[in-house]
Ligand binder design. Structure first.
Ligand SMILES: N[C@@H](CCC(=O)N[C@@H](CS)C(=O)NCC(=O)O)C(=O)O
Length: 199
């Protein structure tokens, strides 16, 4: 059975769990005690040498990084709907995975780290600038469509959703971004959707 390692307050862990639920994959959730450093234990470092969550083990396959795990799950258990195989549509989806790992991480994800987890060595003003930049772009993009790409949800939506929807934990108000708010509601209506604290 698929084994997923994560922490219930981690948006990166949540995106993996969300896709597992949307795809109705049978999995075993291993909750890691990040507060007490379980993610730095020798047992866990053998799973993810970076000492971060999430990680996923499926038979002989061992994966780290939420975005890579989403690609794996989509290919292995989801298929065409979640990640197209044709080059250009595939790249359109993957582009959002990099936006998440780049702009969203530098913006709303880092603002949440500062305010919600109290990580102080973060330039919070910079996270607000980055957030405004990416949220404005996302809001504009969503002004003419329901989903990030195509007429259906893909792993692009699953990847971008958590830290954008958790913006308030980083003291970022989403009221100025009505199309993002509509999209968040659409994602929440997906069959199999699960929530996490802060959503
Ligand atoms: N690139 C990784 C980043 C994962 C990440 O930042 N994980 C955080 C929780 S959301 C973590 O494990 N932090 C603890 C640490 O780095 O020591 C991914 O997208 O999965």
């Amino acid at each position: 059975m698929v084994k997923a390692y994560g922490f219930h307050l981690s948006g990166n862990s949540y995106k993996v769990r969300l896709l597992l639920e949307l795809l109705k994959v049978d999995y075993d959730w291993k909750e890691m005690d990040l507060v007490n450093g379980e993610h730095k234990s020798p047992e866990y470092l053998a799973v993810n040498p970076l000492g971060q969550v999430p990680a996923l083990v499926d038979g002989e396959t061992r994966l780290t990084d939420a975005q890579s795990i989403l690609v794996y799950l989509a290919k292995q258990y989801g298929g065409e709907q979640w990640l197209p195989t044709e080059t250009l549509p595939m790249v359109q989806v993957i582009n959002w995975l990099f936006t998440t790992a780049g702009e969203v991480r530098q913006g709303p994800e880092s603002a949440r780290l500062y305010h919600f987890f109290g990580v102080s060595n973060i330039n919070v003003e910079r996270t607000y600038q980055k957030s405004e930049h990416v949220l404005t772009y996302l809001n504009q993009h969503l002004s003419t469509r329901t989903w990030l790409e195509f007429e259906r949800p893909t792993i692009a939506d699953v990847a971008v959703f958590p830290y954008v929807a958790l913006s308030r934990d980083g003291k970022i108000d989403l009221d100025a971004y009505p199309h993002i708010l509509n999209w968040i509601e659409q994602v929440k209506q997906l069959p199999g959707f699960i929530s996490m604290p802060g959503l």
